[in-house]
Write a protein that binds this ligand. Structure first.
Ligand SMILES: [Fe+2]
Ligand SMILES: [Fe+2]
Length: 183
């Protein structure tokens, strides 16, 4: 139990550290340009630099894991879905003006309070913290409004939870969660 608590803290601290000064290589930017549709690219580019850096790291780990973990490779469609989910899974964070201060505060609170979502009533910092807590569901709602595929919506909605009928036990779901937890 204590180990889980401290590994959560370490994970969150790493996220904050990466949020400090994210960098992108020309090759990464070219790949995103070529890989995403214009609409998806717009959403991706609206994400905060720290979230884009995180998304690219998750996509890189997913790609690595695809080759390492399965004897039966993913189909081209599955791999495309997985990488889109990696790039867009945190799009819900665009719903709040989330700064480094909020990320640090959330790290300290959320690691302690788990899935606590009663941040809305907090003065000054309530909205960004609530968005951080609800970003998976906010992202899935927007993806649904944009009529993205149900499989992509499900991966966005469930990336911090135990899954749903659409993604439970799917290889893509576990790959996404494993990569997300390592970044
Ligand atoms: Fe997330
Ligand atoms: Fe994430």
């Amino acid at each position: 139990m204590k180990t889980e608590f401290f590994s959560k803290i370490i994970y969150r601290c790493r996220q904050v550290q990466r949020a400090w000064r994210p960098r992108f290589s020309p090759a990464e930017l070219a790949w995103v340009d070529a890989f995403l549709t214009p609409e998806e690219r717009t959403v991706f580019l609206e994400m905060a630099p720290a979230d884009r850096r995180h998304a690219l790291d998750v996509a890189r780990l997913c790609r690595q894991a695809v080759g390492e973990q399965f004897t039966e490779p993913l189909t081209a469609e599955e791999e495309q879905l997985l990488l889109k989910a990696a790039l867009l899974h945190d799009m819900g964070k665009r719903n709040g003006d989330i700064g480094l201060f909020h990320r640090i505060l959330y790290v300290l609170l959320a690691a302690r309070l788990g899935k606590y979502k009663g941040f809305h009533s907090w003065p000054l910092v309530g909205k960004p913290l609530a968005v951080l807590a609800d970003h998976a569901s906010l992202g899935a709602q927007e993806a649904t409004r944009r009529r993205w595929t149900p499989a992509l919506v499900a991966l966005i909605r469930c990336h911090h939870s135990g899954g749903c009928d659409s993604c439970d036990k799917s290889r893509l779901f576990s790959l996404l969660q494993q990569a997300d937890n390592r970044c």
